[in-house]
Ligand binder design. Structure first.
Ligand SMILES: *Cc1c(COP(=O)(O)O)cnc(C)c1O
Length: 386
């Protein structure tokens, strides 16, 4: 039995349901952020972040900084691109627009390579764009949470290394790290950024990044200092290295309780082969997608190879909008999210299926949600005379 107060099951694409142990670890007594107990917790957490990214390269650098996933964009934009340099932003939904806006805030010249809604830029288009001009970085949204579109990070990185080897490959993994395969070293990635509250199942409030030695060298070779103080790598890298070496260190106070929660969730995730976790998410995703098809509904991501495994974006039947369906889901104890992609937000809903809702099948979250979806759609159609 869960120790949490009864509540509807949160099945949005983050924040997600918490494991009891993760939540309980936040009620830790007060500690100094430079005392040996906390330094050990933080140091171990950073080491587990390496495992989360399947990285064994000691020269790669994990960072855990207070802030949300968005802070990861600022870290990239402030440290890895300089004014007037080119960034190629692969667009598979809403989040690419925002990442491009963040890059431009720091003076980068962001070019978006767009695909129709529910699709991703083709490999040919990416190769062609890379040949047109030199790009300092390319950004890929691994799973665009507004459309449920999955990108093929491994293939795109192979193209970059062949056509424009110096371009830094930056992955927005906010909705993918922990449920979609990522092999940081093997795929030769430069930055993967994520947040605590999505697929890794920790409360919101931590920005988590992994940097390659190439990314760190690029930062060190800057001609101008970063135009951000809080997100400057010069300030954070030594702190992270000290914590991992169990030395107290201070730049800005860490969120001590959240670090405890992250330590707990990463201990759970890394205690089993991470491939099992990816496979469990794929299986659950197949089940959700089959149920959606059985209801006669379509997904925004229409090609199987483009479909994320931790969420599904579902077109509503013609004539229905999210407010016709979401209250019916809530009445049945589940919470989905409305659409987010601004052009079509009123026409679809999003179902997040990740974390404990998948790894603890005894909870029955997915069966409950599928049944609720079926009933809520039927009720809404009836109410509208459809
Ligand atoms: C949620 C999300 C973000 C933003 O993260 P916040 O924690 O809300 O700041 C960025 N990119 C993607 C793909 C996301 O899903």
């Amino acid at each position: 039995m869960s120790t949490q107060a009864p509540h509807p099951t949160l099945l949005i694409p983050g924040p997600i349901e918490f494991d009891d142990a993760v939540l309980q670890s936040m009620s830790h007594y007060a500690e100094s952020h430079v005392a040996p107990g906390f330094v050990k917790t933080f140091g171990e957490t950073l080491t587990m972040v390496r495992k989360l990214f399947q990285s064994t390269n000691p020269a790669a650098q994990p960072l855990v900084v207070s802030g949300s996933g968005t802070l990861g964009w600022d870290v990239v934009a402030a440290n890895l691109v300089e004014k007037g340099e080119n960034a190629l932003v692969l667009h598979s939904g809403y989040f690419a627009d925002s990442f491009a806006a963040c890059l431009e805030t720091y003076g980068a010249n962001a070019t978006q390579l767009k695909a129709p809604i529910g699709d991703r830029p083709s490999f040919e288009a990416i190769e062609q764009a890379l040949r047109e001009k030199p790009y300092k970085i390319i950004t890929i949204t691994h799973v665009d949470t507004s459309t449920g579109v999955l990108s093929d990070v491994k293939r795109v990185t192979e193209i970059v290394r062949r056509v424009s080897p110096q371009t830094l490959v930056v992955v927005d993994g906010v909705c993918s790290v922990g449920c979609e395969e990522i092999a940081f070293d093997e795929w030769d990635l430069d930055v993967v950024l994520t947040a605590s509250q999505k697929a890794i199942g920790c409360p919101p409030g931590l920005s988590i990044l992994m940097l390659s030695p190439r990314a760190i060298e690029t930062f060190k070779a800057r001609k101008t200092p970063p135009a951000s103080y809080y997100s400057s790598l010069a300030n954070w890298i030594p702190i992270m290295q000290n914590y991992e070496n169990l030395k107290p260190s201070y730049f800005a106070t860490p969120s001590t309780q959240l670090i405890h929660a992250l330590h707990t969730t990463l201990s759970q995730i890394t205690s089993r082969p991470i491939r099992e976790r990816f496979a469990a998410h794929r299986q659950a995703s197949d089940r959700v997608k089959a149920a959606v098809a059985e209801l006669g509904l379509q997904q925004l991501a229409s090609k199987p190879e483009n479909q994320a495994h931790a969420m599904t974006a579902i077109w509503l039947p013609e004539g229905l909008a999210p407010p016709d369906v979401l209250p019916g889901l809530l009445k049945r104890g589940v919470i989905f999210a409305a659409g987010l992609h601004k052009e079509v937000a009123t026409k679809y809903i999003r179902f997040g299926h990740m974390g404990v809702s998948i790894t603890d099948p005894a909870r029955g979250d997915i069966d409950k949600a599928i049944a609720a979806l079926k009933e809520a759609i039927t009720d809404a159609k009836q109410a509208k005379g459809l």
